[in-house]
Structure formats: C-alpha cells, structure tokens
Design a protein around this ligand. Structure first.
Ligand SMILES: [Fe+2]
Ligand SMILES: [Fe+2]
Length: 364
C-alpha cells in the first residue's frame, strides 16, 4: 500500500491500531478477499462411499437409541473444507438416517426445511402435519419449514434414507427455530397419503385448493411416477450437460419443491459423457442406480450405487456413464436461493470439445 507524501509508516501503524480499537476496518487492505473476480469457495468436492455409509449407519443402530433431545439417528456428511461446521456444502446439509424395525423418531418442527430420499426399505412412514406418508425406495418426501414431522418403521426391515436440509443456510441467517411436539408422536388427522391423492398425478389438481405457502403441497413424490417420467423423457430429449435431467416441481407453481432447495432426478444413459459446465449453486448427489463418474474441476470421482458426492459452487463438472446399464442420480440443489437473489449464473466449458482434462482421481 502506497502512502501519501507527508505520511509515515509509524503514523499508519498507529492509525490501523486506532481503527481496530474502534471496531473499524479499512477496505483497501481487504478488497481482493471481499471482491474476488469470481466466487472462491471453501467447499471441496468430495464423495462418501455407500459401503461406509451403510456399515456405519448399522453400527449407529447397535449403539444409539432414538430419544428426545437427540431426536434422530442421523449421520451427517461433513465437507472436509468446512470441518466442524456440520455442512455438506456451504448451504446444504446431507445425511443418512437409519430407522430399525419397530423404531419411532419423535415429532418436532423446525424452520429449516427438509427432504427425504428413500434409499432402502418399503413401508415405513413420515407423518407431516397430521398426514401419514408411506415411503418406499425412490420416493421423495418433503417436510417443509415449520411442519410437524415424525418417522416410524413398522416393517421387518431397517430403513435408510438421505436427508437433505437447508439447515446451514438457515443457521447462517440466524433463522432457526425448533419445537418438540408435546407428545412423542403427532395425531394423524388426515387420510393416509392425503397430498398424494390430491396432487400425485402431477397434471391435475383440486380446483378448490389455493396455494398457501412457498413449499409444494405434494409431500410424497412416488418412485413409479418419477421413473415413468424419466423413461418418457429419455425417448424425447436430453441436456448436453446433465443428460436426461428432470426437476421435481411444486404442482401449484411449476417451481422448486421448496423455496430453498430444488430436487433433481437424472438418468445418465449408457455410453453418455456429458459436456462440462459450472453453476453458482452447489449440489449434493446420491447415486440411486448404476455406476459411472463425475469429473469435478479436473478430478475424477468414480461412483457406484449408493454413493453420495458434493459439487461445490462454480465448479466445472461433467458426468460419464461408460457402462451398458442406466445410471440414475438424485440431487438436492440450492439453486432457488441463488435464483431468488439474482445470483444464479451458469457457464459452459468451451475448451477441449467441452470436456475437462482429468488430472487426478479421487481415492477417498
Ligand atoms: Fe426434523
Ligand atoms: Fe450441472
């Protein structure tokens, strides 16, 4: 930093000390940090293997009961660039939740919103604001902000699902409220799968239902319909960057399922290698079916069924399925936040025919 002619280095030191004492700071020494030419994130790309997630979830089941206070048996995916901060990306929390036969998780509500993506098990349930949603593999269940919810497994098999929450974002906004329900479980006041009966076909809705809040009124997106929609689209069109990718939508608005989180399902067809691009949002993926690889900022992350991985904001990424079987990826994305604030951008990778050079491979 250059000084004005009459100034001395000593005077400058005294000035900086006086500023600090008065809780002030000069911008000119921090400009480069505060205003980088493009986003600089601490979020690292990373992958969690299913074999680890599954075996550690089972061990948690042997060791830890589900009780009030702890509330849930959940293993959170901690980004190695953000250790100690309970987050998978800077805005998104992803986790696996494990519920054994006969177990219940207590009813509560909180302002962070959540989705459940069912990985394994058929027939357990999430109750949301008096409605019992029966869950099976591939179902997407919503528990919107401040909705009462509890879980139960009355089946003979353990259930495991992916939790996705906007918890890190809401915590950073100091917007977190939490309330336990007075009883362990909430009363079921609506018909079973009520929202699915009202909105589940996607193309029709009851005429008297008006949009009340920003979240989707459909609480359970069933796998058979998701699968059928993907299959139909595969016969018609695909994105060069994401292949056969679809977003779950709010039937009232056609927009994202939650105001803070979008959910995607994408089919990477056999033999496809998508072109690379980057977006200002972050995303956490769960490999629902198949195997393949995602190249993130030049590093190749090989994945197979059950693995989960995070793509940081403004990171080049492309997907490949070199096998002859279909690969299906589910993901949560913070796109709605960036879009609402006018911060959403995307850019295609133009060099090298749209593909990154692979310089390293994730070993994990
Ligand atoms: Fe919860
Ligand atoms: Fe993408």
């Amino acid at each position: 930093m250059a000084l004005k002619e009459a100034a001395t280095v000593d005077a400058l030191q005294v000035f900086y000390t006086d500023l600090e004492r008065k809780h002030l700071a000069p911008l000119w020494t921090a400009t480069a940090d505060l205003l980088p030419r493009e986003p600089k994130t601490k979020v690292l790309p990373f992958l969690w293997r299913w074999s680890d997630l599954w075996s550690l979830a089972q061990r948690s089941g042997e060791l830890i009961p589900i009780e009030r206070g702890g509330e849930r048996r959940v293993l959170a995916l901690i980004n190695p660039g953000l250790t100690g901060r309970y987050r998978t990306s800077h805005t998104l929390w992803a986790a696996v939740q494990y519920l054994q036969p006969g177990e219940r998780a207590p009813a509560h509500r909180h302002t962070p919103a959540a989705i459940r993506w069912i990985i394994q098990g058929e027939g357990s349930y999430t109750a949301v604001d008096g409605e019992k949603c029966v869950m099976g593999r591939g179902d997407l269940v919503l528990t919107p902000a401040w909705s009462w919810h509890d879980h139960g497994n009355d089946t003979q098999e353990p259930m495991i699902w992916m939790d996705g929450l906007d918890l890190p974002l809401v915590n950073d906004l100091d917007g977190t409220f939490f309330e336990p329900y007075p009883d362990f479980s909430q009363p079921l006041t609506k018909p079973e799968n009520d929202s699915e009966r009202r909105y589940g076909l996607g193309q029709l809705k009851p005429t008297w239902e008006k949009q009340l809040g920003p979240a989707s009124p459909l609480l359970n997106y069933k796998w058979n319909q998701t699968s059928e929609a993907l299959g139909r689209l595969a016969g018609s069109g695909a994105s060069p960057f994401d292949d056969v990718a679809m977003e779950f939508i709010n039937p009232h608005t056609g927009g994202p399922v939650l105001p803070t989180m979008a959910c995607w399902i994408q089919l990477i067809r056999p033999g496809i290698r998508t072109r690379a691009h980057r977006q200002t949002n972050s995303a956490v993926y769960q490999v629902f079916e198949g195997s393949g690889a995602t190249i993130i900022n030049g590093k190749r992350f090989d994945w197979k069924k059950g693995d989960m991985f995070v793509v940081p904001p403004w990171s080049w990424h492309e997907h490949a399925n070199p096998t002859d079987a279909e690969a299906i990826l589910f993901s949560i994305q913070d796109t709605p936040v960036m879009a609402a604030l006018g911060l959403y951008r995307e850019q295609a990778y133009e060099e090298n025919g749209g593909h990154q050079e692979v310089v390293s491979t994730f070993q994990g």
